[in-house]
Structure formats: structure tokens, C-alpha cells
Design a binder for this molecule. Sequence first.
Ligand code: MG
Length: 445
Amino acid sequence: MASMFGTDGIRGIVNDTMTPVFALRLGKAAGKVLGGKVAIATDTRSSADMIRSAVSAGLLASGCSVLDLGILPVPALQHYVKVRADLSGGIMVTASHNPPEFNGIKCISSDGTEASRDDERRIEEAFSGMLDDVGWLSAGDIEKVEDAEDEYVDAVVSSVDADAIRSAGLTVCADCANGASYSAVPAVLGKLGVRTVAVNCYPSDGPSKNGPAELKALMAAASADFGVTFDEDADRCFFTAPDGRDVSGDAALAIIARSVLSDGPGKVFTPVSTSSMVEDVVSAAGGVVIRTPVGAPAVARMMMESDSVLGGEESGGLIFPRHQYCRDGAMAMAAMLECVAKRGSLSDQLDSLPAYHSVKTKVACPEDKRDDLYKRMLEKASECRVDRTDGLKLLFDDGWVLLRASGTEPSFRIFSESKDAAKAESRAAEYVSMAEEFLGGDLGS
Ligand code: MG
């Protein structure tokens, strides 16, 4: 059977592939695998009630009991599950950044981390097998929980130097994209004494009224110390510097890593695709970067097997191991508040980063040609170091190239980075034409 779970749970168009019947059966399958007591939460989509009810009914029919936490950021659900020994897991009803006609289901393990591929496979197997309902007397019940958000807000606030943030008198424009963080994020800011301009902070799955241009105008009007924008399920966030520049995920990771490492040396985990800027900053601050395969679950799992002080990926997800082993948008915002309170303007911190240029491109490549393509590229690789953590990364004295098969489409992604923009461009072009030559020649025939 083809995998139901993608890189970030199961997603589909509501009442097309993501139907109540599907969600009910998935709830039964998850209930059979997890057993016991399961927490459930949703984002703000209009289909949230329908899908949550169907998943919950499936869980109950399998004999599980359900804690309904309401609308919550996915890291808040994860934290709730993590700190309770009597919970066997969690289910988040969300399609993150997908358009409003989509919804999705994401499974959380009993330790609060995103379900591993093995757990997902067990749920898939249960889904396609026999799913008997329990006897009438054994059907579970639902308990509503009203204070899960307060608990999460307190956990985030207690993970940073709240006094330093309060006494800095900061102003922040926060855009919650009308998503799951619409209430938790303003609450965190309030508890940290931050003057807040709340943008798109009401629950809705319609188009947000205010876009990036409005956020920047509001930031200028409020003399904000930074802007922060969350994705719908609030595991990721993006920063805007007070001068209006967008802060890349790599830059945010580097800036927060430098701040975290000021407390002492440690390891920072990030995928092979992240900019070398992070290495430069981390080693200058006395830390060391450990490279991981691409994807937040891979970063989190490697962090759990080691000592770490921070993890992160270029797509705006940061992992704070002392808080929990998953991406957490509100926690990233709180860490940035502490960083600005203690180290000064985000614009100045951005200016202090080494400049790298990166090119991200791809070539179409059928799945059955991928291994050959890796092999041919490796044969061509001389006078460089090779990293096979994920795909094929070739490290030169003046930059690197990463060649990686896409997880979502039949293509090969080619990333090139160098301090020299022309070099990054020419090297990307060189590897694209090399790949096309291989694929068009005997490989493609
Ligand atoms: Mg997300």
C-alpha cells in the first residue's frame, strides 16, 4: 500500500479525500496502535470540528479515551502530551500552510515528538487491516480541557529570561495568520511585558486581511523591535528586522544560536541544506554544528540521541531541547525577544552575519534514475570532500553543492552556496547541465 503519511502528516482536500469516513477510520487505526488516552487539538480551519469529531469517534470506538484541547498551536499539543505520563499520544488536525480547502491529520508520539516513520507505518497497517469496534461498554469518552493553552504559554515564558525581556521595553508586531497561535502568541507577549501589535490574531480560515506589506507599515508606525509571522499550526515563524528586511531561516538560526551559546559551548543541529553561515557563527561562538538529514523529525531525533543546545532548519523551524524536541514558533519568538533584549537590534545582528549567496534549483528526474545519477555525480566528484548525510553534498574550498532527490516529486534538487555570488551561480549551472547530460544520455534512455 502506498504511504498515506507525507513528510508532515496526512493531508487532503476536505470532503474529497479528507472525508469524515476517512478520518473516522484513521481514528480507529490510531486508537488501535496508541491505545489508552489520546489528546486532540485543531487549527482554525472551518472543517476542524468535522474532522476532529470523526477522528475522536474512531478513537472512542477503538476503546481510547480522548482529551479535547480545542484550538492550539501544534507545539502546545506536543508539550501537553510530553509532560503527561498517562497520555499515549496526540493527534493534531491541521494542514499547516496548505490552502483552506485542505485539512490534515498529524500524529504525535507519547514523548511529544512527531510520530516516527515506524509509528506511521503501524497506523497505516492497522488502517488497511481489520478494525473491530470494542463492546458497547468499553467505548471511550471525551473530556474537554480548557487550560492547555495557559500551560503552554507558561512553559514558553519560563524557558527564557523573562526579567531581561520585561525590562528591555520591547515592541513586536505579531502576525498569527488567523491560525492556531492567534491566542497563545499574544498571551506569551503579554506575559513578557512586550508592547504588542497583534495582526491577523482572530481565528479564521479565510484569507488574512493584512499581508507582509501591512505588517511592515505597522512595524514602522509602532517603531517595532521586530515583526514575527507564524504559519497556521505555529510550529514555524519568520522574523522581519526593524528596518523592514526579512530574516531568512538560516539567519534566524545563526542569530539565536549565537545568543544560546553565550551561556556556554554546545552542539547545534541542522540539516545538510542549511547555509554555512550557521557554521561560521556557531564556531566563532564556541559551539559546533552537527549536520542531519533534511526534515525537522530527523533533526529532533538526532538531538534526542546527543547533547544539544539548539536545532533548526532553513524553513523557519527552531527546536529548543530544554523546552521540547520539536519545532516551536512561540518559543522561537520568545528566544528572539531574549536575544534582542540582551544583544541589541535585530538589524545590527543581521548586519553582523557573514554573507553567503545560494542558488536553489532542480532538474526533472524519474525515481528509478536517482541512484544512477548519484553514482555518476560521485564519479565526477574529485578535489572535494563528500558528505552523504542526505543526498550528495560536495564541499569545495569556496562553497558547496547539495544534490538531493525530492521527497515530494520526481525531481532532483540542486543547491549551491558560496560567498562569491558568481561562483554559486556558475556551480549550480554546471551541476544542472551535468545532471541533464546524464539524464538525456544513456541514463535517460
Ligand atoms: Mg507548520
